[in-house]
Design a protein around this ligand. Structure first.
Ligand code: NAI
Length: 353
């Protein structure tokens, strides 16, 4: 569906108040160009849990990115709220149980570029397999020796994909181009895809035991929190590479540090970290807003970032020019559809989360 301005209310006084949060200047420019004039839209750079909520108390629709922690304490201070349009695929930053109870519609952007995240997955994997980061550091020092920079081929290696949704399947397509063998684990198997793309579904433990590279592409839920912890690492092949472009909470960071020390994990490429919002706002740790648990997570992430065998990117897997434009377009279409009383991309809001 494309934006159709006829669908929007023309009576400005009746138009709902739409608040876009976590908006950077360039995004605001695009949104202002695309938003129908009848919308009463306002734009703020802050996250929902950092802004003075009095400023947005009249919002009937809010649009956020992933750093707005929309928990019950925030949502209960937005009495007019009827819809949340998250500019992301994941929605673990939103208390969907609260939304269910209070009839707040939550829409996400389910597909804006499975290729975009999948391409970044391989950017991380190739950086590890060919020591790109160490090589650049060396040549910056005018040192052109190649000793210690020997990498490994992807061809013939076993890739274990955890989660074979849109991104996982695109990762598999790329892996096939590298002539990798692909195993996958997903509680909801897509048998047609496995036949079409040529990969094999196996149990979780078999994937851990048999893979040379493991890549995570499942959502973060109560069940998948710390899916990769000490027990999982103990089952992995020594020298495995672990890639996470899904959500930081899927991996127990403390266990990952242990597995790196034990040389079970030879390389980790991470676009997402546990408690990454605390890492972004480290100064706030001094404000006392964060508990000891978050402080520990930040310290662990520092240790991880300095580790020779780890490459971290700051949650940019989605962030290509083309994907971001698609995200903004779909978000506006979601709001438009909600206003036309035919909401689209509504996420499964559970009664208890
Ligand atoms: P999707 O919904 O198409 O696929 C997710 C798959 O995970 C489904 O097939 C589901 O059955 C499977 N799954 C659920 N529980 C599982 C479990 N316990 N073990 C294995 N598989 C399980 O989602 P999509 O679009 O492929 O995205 C995957 C995740 O990637 C999102 O949930 C999001 O957290 C993350 N993401 C990260 C981005 C970034 O910038 N780093 C950007 C976009 C998404």
């Amino acid at each position: 569906m494309t934006l159709n301005q006829q669908q929007f209310m023309t009576d400005v006084s009746a138009a709902p108040v739409i608040v876009f949060l976590e908006v950077e200047a360039w995004e605001e420019a695009i949104l202002k160009r695309l938003c129908p004039p009848a919308w009463r839209a306002r734009y703020y750079a802050e996250e929902a849990d950092r802004i003075d909520l009095d400023k947005i108390g009249d919002a009937q629709i809010i649009s956020v990115f992933i750093y707005s922690d929309l928990d019950a304490s925030v949502l209960s201070q937005l009495p007019s709220l009827r819809m949340i349009a998250t500019r992301s695929t994941g929605y673990d930053h939103i208390d969907t149980a609260f939304c269910h109870k209070h009839n707040i519609v939550v829409s996400n952007v389910p597909s804006y570029g499975a290729n975009t995240v999948a391409e970044h997955t391989f950017a991380l994997l190739l950086s590890l397999s060919r020591n790109i980061y160490q090589a650049r550091e060396r040549t910056l020092r005018n040192d052109f020796s190649f000793h210690g920079l020997q990498g490994f081929d992807l061809m013939g290696k076993v890739l274990g994909v955890i989660g074979t949704g849109q991104i996982g399947q695109h990762v598999i397509r790329i892996a096939k181009g590298f002539e990798m063998r692909v195993l996958a684990y997903d509680p909801h198997q897509d048998v047609a895809a496995s036949q079409r793309l040529g990969f094999e579904y196996v149990g979780f433990d078999a994937l851990l035991t048999r893979s040379d590279v493991i890549s995570l592409h499942c959502p973060l839920t109560a069940e998948t929190q710390h899916l990769i912890g000490t027990q999982a690492f103990k089952k992995m092949k020594k020298g495995v590479c672990l890639i996470n472009t899904a959500r930081g909470g899927l991996i127990d960071t403390e266990a990952l540090l242990w597995a790196l020390d034990e040389e079970i994990v030879a390389g980790a490429g991470l676009d997402v970290l546990e408690e990454e919002e605390a890492v972004r706002e480290e100064r706030e740790l001094l404000s006392g807003r964060f508990d000891g648990h978050k402080l520990q997570a930040v310290l662990r992430n520092h240790v991880l970032a300095k580790h020779e065998q780890v490459i971290i990117t700051p949650h940019i897997a989605f962030n290509s020019r083309e994907a971001v434009e698609r995200i903004l377009q779909t978000t506006l279409e979601n709001i438009s559809a909600y206003l036309a009383e035919a909401p689209t991309n509504v996420v499964d809001v559970c009664e208890d989360s």
